[in-house]
Design a protein around this ligand. Structure first.
Ligand SMILES: *[C@@H]1O[C@H](CO)[C@@H](O)[C@H](O)[C@H]1NC(C)=O
Ligand SMILES: *[C@@H]1O[C@H](CO)[C@@H](O)[C@H](O)[C@H]1NC(C)=O
Ligand SMILES: *[C@@H]1O[C@H](CO)[C@@H](O)[C@H](O)[C@H]1NC(C)=O
Ligand SMILES: *[C@@H]1O[C@H](CO)[C@@H](O)[C@H](O)[C@H]1NC(C)=O
Ligand SMILES: *[C@@H]1O[C@H](CO)[C@@H](O)[C@H](O)[C@H]1NC(C)=O
Ligand SMILES: *[C@@H]1O[C@H](CO)[C@@H](O)[C@H](O)[C@H]1NC(C)=O
Ligand SMILES: *[C@@H]1O[C@H](CO)[C@@H](O)[C@H](O)[C@H]1NC(C)=O
Ligand SMILES: *[C@@H]1O[C@H](CO)[C@@H](O)[C@H](O)[C@H]1NC(C)=O
Ligand SMILES: *[C@@H]1O[C@H](CO)[C@@H](O)[C@H](O)[C@H]1NC(C)=O
Ligand SMILES: *[C@@H]1O[C@H](CO)[C@@H](O)[C@H](O)[C@H]1NC(C)=O
Ligand SMILES: *[C@@H]1O[C@H](CO)[C@@H](O)[C@H](O)[C@H]1NC(C)=O
Ligand SMILES: CC(=O)N[C@H]1CO[C@H](CO)[C@@H](O)[C@@H]1O
Length: 355
């Protein structure tokens, strides 16, 4: 009896001290996409150190994934244990998804594979995954200056027939599958199925849960170069060669809100026109109301030379007869005002970035 208890205690200790030894995400169909993962820095750091650690080509992808203003400085401090979302390219082969070509980690004096996996990359990968990715047979034999490719887990699979962005969410202390499903607008069944879990009891703090994030719908055409742009709630994305910024806010009916990022940013003339054809010279994100008609100019994608736009008429006019009732017009005006406020906020952010 005592021996059994000792043995279970040992097993429990071992289980707690060791990060999950086979963490990988299922990715059935060969594809490439962008994916998100939580990074919990063990020590106080800065955004630029995190960018360097993950070898990300630019800071703006971290800012966009964490909904930080584009004007945020690289020296922006990150507290120890603070969670930062990393947006990275994902590729699926052989049924699993791994990060495509990055991060690349250069071994420094005194490093061991366990330290790199469990501490530097906060348990997002395991020692054996680094070994496999880098063809290392003896884990005790790594050399100072050696470059290691770090295969972060990810997926590109559709979920329930929907395009989603997969998010490797580090499970917070005391959370349940139900709570996480609610927080990210997905269902418990989906989470259990994707993560091969039998019941919500199995959720362990610090483990990584594949959470499929619903993305905002958009008017981007299927012949656009960014036609599969996925922007989940509370994040934004720069697109059309940085000429357009698109934000997703679940509170705005899950419709992607795109505006010009501010032509000044990349030098006058480098962004093509963002005006809709037709009356009013509306630019992307603008709308006008005339009575019960509301016309909006929306982003519809881009190709080699141009930014595509589309004009949409949304009429709340009564089916029969002319001018709408007073209450209805007021509602339309109030909605217009909220929209303008949002545009103004995004515009302010863009201007701040220019400076
Ligand atoms: C920023 O990095 C992302 C990948 O993280 C890439 O898709 C994007 O094109 C880059 N943007 C610029 C302006 O380099
Ligand atoms: C995929 O799996 C097959 C057989 O299991 C193997 O030969 C091949 O090298 C694997 N491909 C990759 C990219 O890992
Ligand atoms: C965090 O700080 C401690 C103490 O300074 C250090 O030993 C450890 O290597 C640091 N961890 C990382 C990942 O830099
Ligand atoms: C892996 O390393 C072994 C020797 O350690 C070598 O024979 C083999 O060719 C390597 N495989 C790859 C894919 O580099
Ligand atoms: C969207 O993000 C906001 C801000 O983080 C959050 O309050 C809200 O619950 C999220 N909604 C959904 C459905 O994910
Ligand atoms: C997602 O949110 C919408 C409202 O934004 C709600 O109607 C729907 O039931 C939610 N779906 C799930 C699976 O929670
Ligand atoms: C889930 O339950 C099935 C049958 O009850 C069992 O075979 C399987 O091992 C369980 N999976 C996990 C991850 O516990
Ligand atoms: C692209 O969209 C058009 C309608 O806008 C549709 O007719 C066409 O079939 C679509 N093409 C593909 C490849 O989905
Ligand atoms: C609203 O749009 C319809 C269709 O374009 C048009 O017939 C009608 O005159 C418009 N009403 C107002 C008040 O602009
Ligand atoms: C874009 O440019 C490339 C070469 O510059 C050309 O091959 C391609 O056909 C162009 N695509 C469109 C849609 O114009
Ligand atoms: C038209 O506007 C109404 C009220 O603002 C909104 O509920 C509806 O979703 C809009 N329809 C379209 C197609 O945008
Ligand atoms: C007519 C109108 O509202 N124009 C606005 C369109 O949006 C840009 C910013 O994206 C504003 O600067 C314009 O004033």
């Amino acid at each position: 009896m005592a021996r059994t208890n000792f043995f279970s205690a040992f097993l429990l200790f071992f289980a707690m001290a060791t990060p999950p030894s086979t963490f990988s995400l299922r990715c059935a169909s060969p594809a490439s996409c962008n994916s998100l993962i939580d990074y919990v820095s063990p020590n106080a750091t800065t955004l630029s150190s995190i960018q360097t650690l993950f070898t990300l080509p630019n800071l703006s992808s971290i800012l966009a994934a964490n909904n930080l203003p584009l004007s945020t400085l690289p020296t922006y401090p990150i507290a120890s244990k603070q969670i930062i979302k990393i947006l990275f390219p994902c590729i699926c082969t052989n049924g699993t998804g791994i990060s495509n070509g990055l991060p690349s980690y250069t071994v420094i004096h005194g490093d061991g594979l366990y330290h790199i996996a469990a501490e530097v990359f906060s348990g997002l990968i395991t020692v054996s995954q680094i070994q496999t990715a880098n063809n290392i047979s003896n884990p005790d034999l790594i050399l100072e200056g050696q470059k290691l490719s770090i295969p972060l887990p990810c997926s590109c699979d559709d979920v329930d027939g929907q395009k989603v962005m997969h998010y490797g969410h580090v499970v917070p202390e005391g959370s349940s599958v139900e709570g996480i499903a609610q927080e990210f607008n997905t269902s418990q069944d989906t989470l259990l199925r994707l993560n091969n879990l039998n019941s919500s009891k199995e959720l362990m703090a610090g483990s990584i849960l594949d959470v499929p994030l619903r993305a905002c719908s958009s008017t981007i055409k299927n012949n656009s170069m960014d036609y599969n742009l996925l922007v989940p709630n509370d994040t934004y994305a720069l697109t059309a060669n940085n000429c357009v910024v698109c934000k997703c806010d679940a509170a705005l009916q899950w419709v992607l809100q795109c505006v010009p990022s501010g032509q000044l940013k990349t030098g006058a003339g480098s962004c093509p026109s963002v005006l809709c054809e037709g009356p009013g010279n509306l630019s992307i994100g603008n709308s006008t109301s005339s009575g019960c008609n509301r016309t909006t100019c929306s982003y519809a994608g881009y190709n080699n030379q141009t930014i595509l736009t589309t004009l949409a008429l949304n009429s709340t006019c009564p089916a029969v007869g002319g001018g709408g009732g007073g209450g209805e017009s007021l509602a339309v005006r109030l909605r217009g005002w909220r929209h303008m406020l949002l545009l103004f906020l995004i515009f302010t952010v863009s201007v701040a970035y220019v400076r």
